[in-house]
Design a protein around this ligand. Structure first.
Ligand code: SF4
Length: 303
């Protein structure tokens, strides 16, 4: 039977922010699409049935979805790990109650140590609220990973990373902006913006019910959970990703292959750190972490 390790559930396109680089064009006018809470519960159950280890709930801003607390609780009851990828502008009290569950984690993006610069990127005065919620998560020891999205040179991403570490965030790194959605520079979708890991044990369901290899590769639709079970769409979406995306991994690979190593992490995770192995990178060789906390780590690179 086809299996996946990660389901990315994009439960909404609605967001309070309107970031200049948003790859799926989310914002205040976005919607929860055609997927009801019952639909999501059914998909989560189907994901658990095919061995999914992690359900990552993303948006838009998932904290704005009224069913989020119930969906988190449902996923935890299925025995999987749950990560909420949020902008952390607002966290409902019912979600706070769930975040200390041992199988919960949170991920977010961060832009600048300078509040004005940060707010310019998000299009709203978000810096202070996000910072306060980061501090609250750290204080509660909720596993938190933060990516600094390097959008333009004025932003000083390194300084932003230093600020995160001062706030107590240990799992953080710098990622590149993807030129998709509001950040696009082309008239048609560009597979070169994808990391190449799409569809490899990972499936994304969009608010429309469409099944795609990755939230960023949202035009690569293999089918819909409204008319098929998730299990029936895993092989088609994997095949679609393999057919459409190899050119992206081969042509646009960029040196250096330097995934950051995070304390306590068993393996480097280049897809997590925004590392794109070079064309000549040998997947069988260990990557060389920039922060060598675990020098013996083995890279999980693109095949
Ligand atoms: S990048 Fe995230 S926070 Fe910004 S508009 Fe898009 S979904 Fe919202």
């Amino acid at each position: 039977m086809a299996a996946i390790r990660l389901l990315q559930a994009e439960i909404t396109g609605k967001c309070q922010a309107r970031c200049v680089h948003c790859f799926n064009d989310s914002g205040p006018k976005g919607s929860n699409g055609t997927m009801t809470a019952d639909d999501w519960r059914r998909v989560f159950r189907q994901a658990a049935d095919v061995g999914t280890e992690v359900i990552q709930i993303v948006g838009g801003e998932p904290m704005l979805h009224p069913a989020l607390p119930d969906l988190i609780a449902h996923a935890l009851n299925l025995g999987v790990r749950v990560e909420v990828y949020s902008n952390l502008v607002y966290v409902p009290s019912r979600v706070w109650d769930l975040l200390t569950h041992p199988r919960m984690s949170v991920a977010t993006s961060w832009y600048s140590a300078d509040p004005a610069e940060h707010n310019r990127i998000t299009g709203r005065p978000t810096h202070a609220r996000i910072k306060a919620n980061i501090l609250a998560l750290v204080a509660r020891s909720v596993p938190l990973r933060v990516g600094v999205i390097d959008i333009d040179p004025r932003q000083n991403a390194s300084q932003a990373l230093e600020e995160l570490r001062r706030l107590g965030v240990t799992d953080c790194g710098i990622d590149r902006v993807r030129h998709l959605g509001r950040a696009t520079t082309t008239t048609s979708p560009d597979t070169s913006q994808l990391c190449g890991h799409c569809g490899q044990g990972i499936v994304t369901v969009l608010p429309s019910g469409d099944v795609v290899p990755c939230p960023m590769g949202r035009w690569l639709v293999a089918g819909s959970v409204h008319s098929n079970s998730l299990a029936d769409l895993i092989d088609p979406v994997t095949a679609l990703a393999r057919h459409e995306i190899p050119a992206a991994t081969g042509v646009t690979c960029r040196p250096p292959c330097e995934p950051q190593c995070h304390p306590g992490q068993d393996q480097c995770a280049p897809e997590k750190d925004g590392c794109v192995p070079t064309k000549n990178c040998n997947p069988a060789q260990p990557c060389k972490p920039r922060n060598p906390c675990r020098p013996d780590v083995t890279c999980r690179p693109t095949p």
